[in-house]
Design a binder for this molecule. Structure first.
Ligand code: HT7
Ligand code: ZN
Length: 870
């Protein structure tokens, strides 16, 4: 399989001046006519051209209106090569494609009763012959012709410029996108869809027509998404001074989609999971995710579309930046503290795991086999942390100056992560040369600290030491990074201490060397430091810290993130203590101080309920695994379960009282106050159910029956099912009967069952796979059932008879023939194997090797599994 290297980048030989596409859409096949105006790129001055084209049936080809003889071009399964070309010419190709046979869901494909496209990253080559690379930008005109009754809606990018009826019951629509764009942003939709409409007046006084299209049965579930779009447009004007640039903005929701959503210019396509929501079918988290994803795709209009990527190695240029923007959007509209905690929780368990895995790569990778495998947590989430560090170093004003310079320099072009860094540096007249290492070095940097208080000199100092991650893979020796350390110091009563002569109580200290010491003078007594406030850098901190200091920080730290982080550190220490004891066959009792501090947080009415809910959510087994080596994952799971039960038994009265206090029967709203109350109440219920007392099962049943919203209903059903409380099968049955026609609701039903921690769950999963509501062709169903079992059911996926591993390998091999992108995502679930003990590694490896030796693997699965094999 061919490896593509970043260092091999070459500018295109020809640029595209304009593209005119015509689609004749029919049930069986679609005819695509492309007229492309090419001009030689003087910087290359080569008169040959390669056009990507995959699975295309070539009907005809003309150069400057002349039929091209077969000896004038070479055609293979990757595309079309043309030689001896003039400096400027028009190429006309006609190809036939078969969208209803396309199960990979890239290019043009069918979903229900409509056709749609997905072109990022390299799907356009499955539509027509084209230089399918992000640095070729062109103006697109698109005409779509189809039967009017079967396909009344015909959409593409930009603004609609004409439409009308044709003979034979057909009609057409013509679209013009005035903004030059790369082919990955092309989109087309044709089918029978309904829509809701609203508008937004930009600050330039332009009225933008907003529409959300979906199958008519879902039309009553689009209002929240529409409001989220309006909020996004408003927020981008206010915070980034970025204004929308077309007269239309269309969103289409589909049940069949490989990822979350796609930012095609003026025509976003969304997984219906991130559009459709009603209080009776969506959880609080679903609503919040919809707002975030609608925002994310909208924000791409500037960060991704107006300024795009030079090559796919620069993917984080648009994704890291746009994730940062969507995180800030949610932080501004919801709770900033909760958002930060949730994002870091995710980063530390999932991205840190990726960073430590065989798939570890830098934010700007150096090579790939299949670019679809690099839409990763590292590119997105770590990429966003890298952008956040500019913000931390430069402040909001400096960061916005950098953004303005970035758009001034690069609007309408395809650039690199370096260009972004230079704009940030130049706009603020600072040197960010060393910062480049955040893009080029893989792995999570380790920071060790040693604290020292000199009572005689009244001086407090911290020695910082940076170290390379264990799995650093660069060609040159690892170099120390530019690390912003946001910090504060407290006296023993919790008062912040001045950190310098200027009297600053909070500082962003810049760590740049391998080792560096910060000294604060005039400190009367041993202080306590709060380091990396707000998680100011994506590093792993090694700090010896006792429970007293942690309890102090939980109480006094003015940084809500670090207050929460102290709770997590204390919980981790206890779970790991128990885990060690289980390994050594020793006794371990839950320390009194732990229960006391847990009680204190649970009952603290000075803290926002949402933050209490976060503080009483124990660290994931995944994040705990990363703190250890050669893990016996089942014992680690048991250690965490033990702590949950200790809390449930020892704090039963308090948990019940907090549950009751937060029971809210007012009308359902997705506002921070209600969301916080529900999340705290449901956390308490989940602890209470662990004590296996009938009265608490009864409480959950009551909640299931009387819930006025889906969050409460779902939580109760999930807890009752996971505890296998008497009658849970009946509840599941009734739920199925009620919701079997709603795939999003049924997918949750599948996930709940896939995560039952019981030895017959795999049999149940296999039975569920036989139901008509499940299809291997539908990525959401695959993720909800197979993904949930293998990724979230620790005891059953890691069953000692290896049945979970065998099952995953079987599904990867089968799915690879249908949808390689989704199969490769599933294959990633094997990537943790090296963190486990030798015996587990051995059993996982057997299955990894079985996949590796399977004939005809796609490049997608091959790349993931080949790295895992090592
Ligand atoms: N830019 C998009 C990434 C993407 C994608 C989306 C849907 C299906 C396949 C895809 N491949 C890549 C989504 C985003 O980050 O906004
Ligand atoms: Zn994105």
């Amino acid at each position: 399989k061919e490896v593509i290297y970043r260092k091999d980048y070459q500018e295109p030989n020809y640029v595209v001046k304009s593209v005119d596409l015509a689609f004749v859409v029919e049930a069986e096949s679609t005819l695509v006519t492309a007229r492309i105006q090419f001009e030689v790129n003087p910087k290359q001055d080569k008169n040959e051209l390669f056009l990507n084209g995959v699975d295309l049936e070539l009907v005809s080809i003309e150069l400057n209106q002349q039929q091209l003889n077969a000896n004038k071009y070479d055609l293979n399964e990757r595309g079309l090569s043309l030689h001896d070309l003039p400096d400027a010419f028009e190429l006309k190709t006609v190809v036939k494609i078969y969208p209803s046979q396309n199960t990979a869901l890239e290019g043009l494909y069918q979903s229900g009763n409509f056709f749609l496209t997905q072109c990022e990253a390299e799907g356009f080559r499955k539509i027509t012959f084209y230089p399918d690379r992000p640095d070729v930008l062109a103006k697109f005109t698109v005409t779509i012709v189809a039967d009017k009754e079967k396909y009344p809606v015909l959409l593409s990018n930009g603004n609609k410029i004409s439409s009308g009826d044709l003979n034979d019951g057909r009609h057409y629509c013509k679209w013009l996108d005035p903004h030059p764009k790369p082919s990955y942003l092309f989109a087309l939709v044709a089918g029978d869809l309904d829509y809701i409409e609203d508008h937004f007046i930009t600050k330039n006084n332009n009225k933008v027509q907003l529409r959300i299209y979906t199958e008519s049965k879902n039309i009553d579930a689009c209002d929240f998404a529409m409001q989220s779009l309006i909020n996004s447009m408003q927020w981008d004007e206010e915070r980034f001074n970025l204004v929308y640039d077309l007269d239309e903005y269309n969103i289409v929701a589909t049940d069949d989609f490989n990822m979350g959503a796609m930012e095609n210019k003026g025509l976003n396509i969304f997984n219906s999971k991130y559009v459709l929501a009603k209080p009776e079918t969506a959880t609080d988290q679903d609503f919040i995710n919809i707002e975030a994803v609608i925002g994310h795709e909208y924000f791409h209009n500037w960060t991704g579309n107006r300024v795009t990527c030079k090559d796919w190695f620069q993917l984080s240029l648009k994704e890291g930046l746009t994730v940062f923007r969507d995180q800030e959007f949610t932080a501004d509209l919801q709770s900033r503290s909760v958002k930060r905690i949730e994002d870091v929780r995710y980063l530390r368990s999932a991205q840190f795991a990726e960073d430590a895995s065989p798939m570890s790569h830098s934010v700007r990778p150096d090579s790939f086999i299949e670019i679809n495998n690099f839409y990763t947590l590292t590119v997105y989430e770590k990429g966003s942390e890298v952008v956040r560090m500019y913000h931390t170093l430069l402040g909001e004003e400096g960061f916005q100056k950098g953004m303005q310079l970035y758009f001034k320099r690069h609007d309408g072009s395809a650039v690199s992560c370096n260009d972004f860094r230079l704009a940030m540096a130049d706009a603020n007249s600072v040197d960010l040369t060393q910062f480049e290492l955040w893009y080029s070095q893989n792995g999570t940097p380790q920071v060790y600290i040693r604290e020292n208080y000199d009572a005689g000199k009244k001086a407090y100092s911290i020695d910082f030491m940076q170290a390379a991650p264990d799995n650093y893979k660069g060609d040159v020796a690892w170099q120390p990074m530019h690390v912003p350390v946001k910090l504060a110091l407290y006296d023993n009563e919790g008062n912040p201490l001045p950190l310098n002569d200027a009297g600053d109580l909070q500082l962003t200290y810049e760590l740049k060397e391998i080792s560096q010491t910060l000294t604060v003078n005039g400190v009367e007594h041993q202080p306590i430091a709060s380091l990396f406030q707000g998680f100011s850098a994506p590093i792993k901190l090694h700090r010896q810290i006792g429970h007293k200091e942690l309890a102090f920080l939980m109480k006094h730290d003015t940084d809500s993130f670090n207050r929460w982080d102290a709770t997590q550190e204390m919980q981790s220490q206890i779970i790991i203590g128990k885990y060690q004891a289980l390994l050594d066959n020793k006794n371990y009792n839950c320390p009194k101080y732990f229960i006391e501090s847990f009680r204190h947080i649970l009952l603290d009415d000075g803290i926002d309920s949402a933050l209490i809910a976060e503080a009483i959510t124990l660290p994931s087994v995944k994040s705990l695994t990363l703190k250890l080596a050669k893990v016996d994952v089942l014992k680690l799971f048991d250690a965490k379960e033990w702590l949950i039960k200790e809390i449930a038994y020892q704090l039963e009265v308090e948990l019940l009282s907090v549950y009751n206090q937060n029971y809210d029967s007012s009308d359902y709203r997705v506002n921070s106050e209600q969301v916080a109350k529900r999340s705290l109440k449901n956390r308490c219920l989940s602890f209470l159910l662990q004590s296996n007392k009938k009265e608490f099962a009864g409480l959950a049943k009551d909640q299931f029956i009387h819930a006025g919203n889906y969050t409460d209903k779902m939580t109760a059903l999930s807890l009752l099912t996971h505890q296998q409380v008497d009658g849970f099968e009946d509840l599941l049955g009734a739920y199925f009967t009620e919701w079997q026609d709603n795939p999003l609701v049924i997918n949750k039903w599948l996930s709940i069952q896939a995560t039952i921690p019981a030895s017959d769950t795999l049999i149940r999963v296999k039975q569920l796979m036989e139901l008509p509501v499940f299809s291997m062709k539908n990525p959401n169903a695959v993720r909800s059932l197979i993904g949930a079992f293998c990724g979230a059911n620790i005891t059953q996926f890691h069953a000692e008879d290896s049945s979970g591993y065998q099952f995953l390998a079987d599904q990867i091999i089968e799915l690879d023939r249908i949808n390689p992108q989704i199969a490769a995502r599933l294959a990633g679930l094997f990537n943790d194997y090296h963190q486990y003990n030798d015996e587990i590694q051995h059993r996982m490896n057997e299955q990894i090797k079985r996949i590796h030796t399977t004939d005809g693997l796609s490049p997608n699965v091959f790349e993931i599994i080949d790295r895992a094999v090592g």
